[in-house]
Design a binder for this molecule. Structure first.
Ligand code: NA7
Length: 541
């Protein structure tokens, strides 16, 4: 209808996490007319939503921040692993420093985007009625914007409070003395249970797969611990793009059986003491590639973990004698008191493989063994990770091609994890088949955000209307991504890394595992060879 206002832009960016925020700033600097839309009511992406008790990032500051000196020189982290409150405060600070608010629409959920082939523009619609017409459509929606809910029988009949970790109320509910269930033991379930166990009257954790969690080794800088130094921050920014995972550390460059047992155990011990992801991503190079080597890492982890748990039944459920899946091939959570909390009399663990959940009742959860009564049921059941946030938007490319159907049929197929054939002038940060979950968020937000700005500049300079990935090049990238994934042990575990747990989702590696340096080399050489693998359309007059 004529009465509807259409806002004309050079680019529309979705998502106010690291990717979207960086993209807005970068493109504005380059002189583009750009807006950011976000379905939440504040900045932070995942940190806007994940407000559950214990929610914090598992990447350590100073890595988990933008590299702009104007920001880091003026920001003081209180914790080595900042919690959600501190992270949201950081995003507010960034929004002020970068003056983002004037170009952001909150509470604006994009439902559809359609490529107009005649005009070389995207027509993008939001549920609140806003319509945008933009040359570039940049859905930087993040890995975890599409939540997974169990389909238990009777789920609607429960009379207590039931909440997904990612829809946590802004006003913290009172958990003190309550009977609480936590379902799921991924990174969220581990953080949440640990925090909840400190206040709940009773806590029952429902586990399907044990988490091979590592000790975080939190540091509170405000408690007199030495603060992060300028030198440490500079070292991190200098090194993080060269780190396989976007951190300034790497695998050890040695294989597990290159060294004798004494050396191996001493190394494991040292990595263990360092905390964070060191024992996972800074260990022997073949840990994620050889089952025999992987088992050594598992054994060490198992013994350390069992030593913290008193009840033999719970010990066996949390850290089984027989290795259940390759260590590190499901996201490794970081914890502080997770394993110890099961020693408390008011904390219990239910193995849903042994006693499955039969139904949800008015009062709680009934398993094949018994009915549990709860005041609160917390679903830490995860996300349709990586692709769910994209496929939940009705995105239509050339010839009305649906992104959802394309991904449904072939799995996430992209070129260089940044574009997909059939969808011109659309790029994503931390999208499918990029390093995404295997890259420290801000590192890849900056690498990919700069690359996207460069390609836009190139088209602007050349007077070209659009750019689209070739199907052939896409096929090669997909094959490469798969061959790297299948050279590792990742496909041997069931996890969202492989697209598991979502009915009907094709099983494919959701991410590129070849490391950030290789990925960046690929992006750079694509650009320097005139955007090889893409073709241009529509020369402007
Ligand atoms: P995850 O890692 O997907 O974890 C979800 C957990 O919920 C996991 O333990 C699942 O078991 C479990 N789950 C899912 N559905 C059910 C049902 N129906 N019954 C019992 N248990 C269930 O999500 P998180 O939120 O923890 O973490 C997401 C990412 O955010 C994280 O990896 C970081 O990158 C940040 P499963 O393992 O599938 O057997």
């Amino acid at each position: 209808a004529d009465s509807i206002d259409v806002e004309e832009l050079d680019a529309l960016v979705i998502g106010s996490g690291f990717g979207g925020v960086y993209q807005l700033k970068k493109l504005r600097e380059e002189g583009y007319k750009v807006k950011l839309v976000e379905s939440g009511t504040g900045y932070g992406g995942i940190w806007h939503w994940s407000r559950y008790p214990g929610a914090r990032v598992d990447s350590h500051a100073p890595h988990y921040q933008f590299s702009d000196p104007e920001l880091w020189q003026n920001w003081h982290w209180k914790q080595r692993f900042p919690d959600h409150n501190e992270l949201r405060a950081y995003f507010e600070f960034v929004a002020d420093k970068w003056d983002l608010r004037k170009d952001t629409y909150f509470d604006t959920h994009i439902t559809a985007a359609k490529w107009d082939e005649a005009e070389y523009k995207w027509i993008i619609t939001a549920s609140n009625g806003r319509i945008f017409k933009a040359t570039y459509f940049l859905p930087h929606c993040g890995l975890a914007a599409s939540r997974v809910f169990p389909n238990w029988k009777g789920i609607g009949s429960y009379k207590g409070m039931m909440v997904h970790s990612s829809y946590w109320p802004h006003e913290q509910p009172d958990l003190k003395g309550k009977k609480i269930a936590v379902v799921g033991t991924g990174s969220t379930g581990v953080q949440l249970s640990d925090a909840v166990s400190k206040v709940a009257g009773e806590l029952v954790v429902f586990q399907r797969t044990p988490a091979m969690a590592l000790h975080m080794r939190q540091v509170n800088y405000d408690d007199g611990e030495e603060p992060i130094t300028k030198a440490e921050v500079e070292k991190c920014f200098k090194g993080r793009a060269d780190g396989h995972f976007g951190f300034d550390f790497n695998f050890l460059g040695k294989a597990v059986f290159d060294v004798d047992e004494a050396e191996r155990l001493a190394t494991y011990e040292a990595l263990w003491k360092e905390g964070d992801f060191k024992y996972w991503l800074g260990s022997y190079t073949d840990t994620l590639f050889s089952m025999e080597s992987n088992h050594e890492a598992y054994k060490f982890w198992r013994e350390k973990t069992r030593a913290r748990i008193r009840d033999p039944r719970i010990q066996e459920l949390l850290a089984p004698e027989k290795q259940p899946y390759p260590f590190g091939c499901k996201r490794v959570p970081l914890e502080t008191g997770y394993f110890d909390m099961f020693n408390k009399p008011n904390v219990d663990l239910v193995d849903v493989n042994h006693t499955p959940i039969v139904e949800v009742t008015e009062k709680g959860i009934r398993t094949t063994e018994k009915e549990f009564e709860f005041d609160i049921i917390i679903l830490a059941t995860g996300f349709d990770a990586v692709t769910g946030s994209l496929t939940s938007i009705d995105i239509r490319g050339i010839g009305d091609l649906s992104l959802k159907e394309k991904f449904q049929e072939h799995g996430p197929t992209t070129y260089c994890g940044i574009a997909t054939a059939g969808f011109p002038n659309m790029f994503f940060i931390n999208g499918p088949q990029a390093p995404n979950a295997f890259c420290n968020g801000p590192t890849c937000a900056e690498l990919q955000g700069d690359w996207i700005a460069d390609v836009m500049n190139r088209l602007r300079d050349a007077g070209v209307s659009s750019i689209v990935a070739d199907e052939e090049s896409e096929k090669e990238w997909v094959e490469h991504v798969e061959s790297v994934a299948y050279s590792s042990l990742l496909p041997k575990a069931k996890s969202w890394y492989m697209g598991d747990g979502i009915p009907g989702k094709p099983r494919r590696s959701q991410m590129y595992l070849g490391g950030v340096p290789n990925y960046y080399t690929k992006l750079r050489s694509c650009a320097s060879e005139g955007y090889k693998g893409f073709h241009f359309q529509g020369l402007k007059a």
